[in-house]
Design a protein around this ligand. Structure first.
Ligand code: FES
Length: 402
């Protein structure tokens, strides 16, 4: 890579709004000062968007207004000027009839927010299932420096019954307890207790469902800071990571480090290999192919099938295993998982911190081999994803053997 900085102040995209000497430039500067922004802050600093998918009806993102403040702190410390832009919040459980109806709507919203406003770079705050691919598809098409700040996962719960304590998470466990409630093995009191406990903290679902699959794949694509996607939402490390995101995006703007430089066939290969080693959600097939197409990278179901036949499931996480995302974080998270599948990775793929995936793996350790297994002791040899074709699905269907 070239040595930064590549860009000068005069070359920033936001200069088109604020350096203009005509009436339009006057109005832009005037209207920013109307809300208390100093003239020098828009004239002498890069303007950094924070796309925030917070809402009161998106519990997985309940903490993102506070995290936006942490991102702003990092941007200001690095000499940028932060501007927060709210975007459609697709809370998976609340939105009817289905969030998938709105994923491309969110992609269009993010792309057009960034295009129509004086943004030199963007930090994205998202994580619930469709919000990760939706926001990133828009940012990839816009192709300005982009850093993804994952919402982080919710904390584990413990359920004690008949003297036996077991860890409990969202999604799969809800269905399991519902079956027991229907069968009369759980009474109304216990059912209401579960309702108030199972999702006991803000953050995305803590099984290896679509949310954790997509944020982990985003880290493997090189679009998050190393280790960011596994940090629980309520851990103080999450707030510090958000500040790091704000600080780093300003560097990326001066370096002109854009998605088009980071997203290659190698990075999409890495994301798919991580999906397989995680036992990730089959929904990822829909999203990662859409993201690859935005980046102009050919990725097909057959490519995913081929990687799935080589990379076994190593992460002992629900629903393929019996642990949750909090345990995955303690075991070393995505960097530790990538260390285990290092022979299957494109190590030269670049990441937002300006270093390659291979460089970022130096010094990484697996802290709990029961949660992140080695290649010679997988959770299962059956892949996380396999592709079927036939008269019911001539263009292909995906199943989850694990
Ligand atoms: Fe938001 Fe599961 S409902 S991640």
């Amino acid at each position: 890579m070239k040595t930064p900085p590549f860009k000068t102040l005069d070359q920033l995209r936001s200069r088109r709004w604020f350096s203009d000497t005509g009436m339009r430039g006057f109005a832009h500067r005037q209207r920013m000062q109307q809300q208390g922004v100093r003239r020098e802050d828009m004239m002498e600093r890069p303007m950094v968007a924070i796309i925030n998918t917070w809402s009161d009806l998106s519990p997985c993102h309940a903490h993102l207004r506070e995290r936006a403040e942490a991102v702003k702190r990092g941007i200001l410390l690095a000499g940028g000027f932060p501007v927060e832009l709210p975007a459609m919040s697709l809370g998976e459980v609340m939105v009817k009839p289905t969030t998938m109806l709105y994923r491309n709507f969110l992609a269009m919203e993010v792309e057009e927010l960034l295009r129509s406003l004086p943004c030199d770079g963007v930090v994205i705050l998202a994580g619930c299932d469709k919000t990760t691919p939706g926001t990133l598809m828009g940012a990839i098409s816009m192709d300005i420096p982009t850093l993804f700040c994952p919402a982080g996962t919710m904390l584990n719960d413990r359920h004690v019954k008949d003297g036996v304590s077991r860890i409990v998470g969202a999604g799969t466990h809800t269905r399991m307890f519902w079956d027991e409630y229907q069968a009369g093995n759980i009474d109304d009191r216990e059912w209401q207790h579960l309702e108030s406990r199972m999702t006991r903290a803000p953050g995305t679902c803590n099984t290896m469902g679509t949310a954790s699959t997509m944020t982990s794949m985003t880290e493997a694509l090189g679009l998050t800071l190393p280790g960011a996607s596994s940090i629980p939402a309520m851990d103080s490390a999450h707030t510090r990571m958000a500040t790091d995101c704000g600080e780093r995006i300003v560097g990326m703007i001066w370096e002109d480090l854009k998605p088009s430089q980071l997203l290659t066939a190698g990075s999409f290969h890495n994301a798919t290999a991580v999906q397989m080693a995680l036992g990730g959600s089959t929904n990822a097939a829909v999203h990662i192919i859409a993201m690859a197409r935005r980046a102009g990278v050919p990725l097909t179901l057959d490519d995913m099938d081929a990687i799935g036949r080589k990379v076994p499931v190593l992460a002992n996480l629900f629903p393929s295993g019996d642990r949750l995302m909090e345990d995955f974080y303690y075991a070393g998270g995505v960097p530790a998982l990538m260390l285990q599948i290092r022979p299957h990775l494109a190590l030269d793929a670049m990441t937002v911190n300006g270093h390659s995936i291979g460089d970022n793996l130096d010094g990484v350790e697996v802290l709990d081999p029961q949660v992140i297994r080695p290649l010679d002791n997988p959770v299962t040899d059956a892949g996380a994803l396999a592709v079927l074709r036939g008269n019911l699905a001539p263009d292909g269907a995906v199943i989850k053997p694990s």
